[in-house]
Design a protein around this ligand. Structure first.
Ligand code: NAD
Length: 253
């Protein structure tokens, strides 16, 4: 991977930051994208030669096109894209506002489409590249209070597989990594107390959750390791795959 160029979204914190740092350690020049400019600058400070901050709102199609053009002009041709940015708005369907629904799809699906399209257009004539979208295990198993999120992640995952089919003949691979509960700000908002975390580990019959058979919450690095594998040459024969990284929480369905 040394010397390659990657775009990583959601890079200001959590899983995106772990992916950016993991790639940077392998000699990749990382364009780190996020809406949080200050946090991006702090991340870049940890690896000034490897990580380059590009603040952008992924909900804006024109801004996304412009940032990809800027990245290619400043860093060079993009070899890898990792779609990590996402938001979680909890709530039952009957009480959900239009704004919660629209905001969820704007980031988790439309942003993935805008950026993947902009990057794929450039990868296509070069006939090389790898794209990974970070989905969620909630895309495979219905979850209470998570309808918009789960539906947006199912759509983003399936979009990524269709992209993989369109690009396979051009030497470009597209895969999905679907995390379960992972120790980040998103997870801590959902489970603020140690008792909440224990409930996730144990499972809950009223919540229709089976718990986590491996008995731990993932670290962001656990998810980054799967992403790095799918981006690399060791995965050269893998495309349109969905790699579940959830400690068995969805029983592999
Ligand atoms: N943490 C978990 O338990 C978990 C489980 C399954 C899936 N995931 C998925 O993994 C991904 C990363 O999650 P995380 O836990 O690191 O979340 P996080 O909330 O810590 O980080 C998400 C990042 O996305 C950025 N972002 C949000 N909206 C944006 C926008 N419009 N434009 C640009 N950037 C934007 C945020 O600023 C933030 O830095 C998400 O897609 C999430 O759905 C997380």
């Amino acid at each position: 991977m040394n010397g390659k160029i990657a775009i990583v979204t959601g890079a200001a914190q959590g899983i995106g930051a772990a992916v950016a740092l993991a790639l940077g350690r392998r000699g990749v020049r990382v364009a780190a994208l996020d809406i949080q400019a200050d946090a991006l600058a702090q991340l870049a400070g940890q690896q000034p030669d490897g990580i380059h901050p590009y603040p952008v709102d992924l909900r804006a199609s024109q801004a996304v096109n412009a940032v990809v053009e800027k990245i290619e002009a400043e860093l060079g041709p993009v070899d890898m894209l990792v779609n990590v940015a996402g938001i979680l708005r909890m709530g039952s369907i009957c009480d959900m506002s239009d704004d919660d629904w629209d905001a969820t799809f704007a980031v988790n699906l439309h942003g993935v489409f805008y950026l993947s399209r902009a990057v794929a257009r450039r990868m296509l004539p070069r006939r090389q590249g790898a794209i990974v979208t970070v989905g969620s295990n909630a895309a495979a198993v219905p979850r209470l209070q998570m309808a918009a999120y789960a539906a947006s992640k199912a759509a983003a995952g399936h979009f990524t597989k269709c992209l993989g089919l369109e690009l396979a003949g051009h030497g470009i691979r597209c895969n999905v990594v679907s995390p379960g509960s992972t120790d980040t700000a998103m997870q801590r908002a959902f489970c603020p107390s140690p008792e909440d975390v224990q409930k996730v580990l144990d499972g809950s019959l009223p919540g229709y959750r089976t718990g986590i058979p491996l008995g731990r919450i993932a670290s962001a690095q656990d998810i980054a390791a799967a992403v790095v594998f799918l981006l690399g040459d060791e995965a050269r024969h893998i495309t349109m795959h969905d790699l579940r990284v959830d400690g068995g929480a969805t029983l592999g369905v």
